[in-house]
Design a protein around this ligand. Structure first.
Ligand code: HEM
Length: 145
């Protein structure tokens, strides 16, 4: 019981941090940013990556280690849709991360491509859908046997 409470707590804490970091990143990504802002964006992006790993490991723990039997999720389309959307967010985050990493040590202003901001917005939109799938799967909706 204790292990499940701890893993579930870290799943939620990491999810809140993930949302917060991506929202901060979206706020900082203006048309043109100066060198110090670009450095801040790079730090936020790195923290976003680490936090996403925490969400994943805690989620894997809830699926395979603690709580309900793994089959409760393995045979649930809402769960598989949730994990697929999570992987999609990870893939969408690659392009902004590469751009941010390349420009992290800039000494001049950087023009942020509009497409990059749209990618971050798409990530945020998908992250708003995932909790719905989480609540559905947690209540057995989507379970196929
Ligand atoms: C940003 C990504 C994610 C978000 C926003 C998210 C959200 C949530 C939420 C809101 C719950 C609680 C559901 C409830 O008790 O009603 C939950 C539980 C859970 N999540 Fe996630 N999750 C994410 C990623 C993942 C990943 C990647 C996995 C698996 C690899 C995962 C596996 C689980 C499991 C197994 C539970 C327990 C459900 C239960 O209580 O039966 N989650 N998640």
């Amino acid at each position: 019981m204790t292990a499940e409470i701890i893993v579930r707590y870290f799943h939620f804490l990491a999810i809140f941090a993930l949302f917060a970091l991506l929202t901060v990143q979206h706020t900082l990504l203006k048309n043109k940013v100066d060198a110090s802002t670009m450095k801040k964006i790079a730090v936020v992006d790195a923290a976003y990556g680490v936090t996403a790993l925490l969400v994943l490991f805690a989620g894997l723990g809830l699926w395979l280690w603690v709580g309900k039997p793994a089959g409760f999720y393995t045979h649930n389309w809402a769960f598989h849709t949730k994990v697929t959307l999570f992987i999609l967010v990870a893939i969408l985050s690659i392009v902004p991360s590469i751009f941010i990493f390349k420009n992290r040590r800039t000494t001049v202003d950087v023009t942020i491509p509009k497409s990059l901001v749209m990618l971050v917005r798409l990530e945020l939109l998908i992250l708003c859908i995932i909790p719905l799938l989480a609540v559905l799967m947690a209540n057995g909706v989507g379970y196929i046997r």
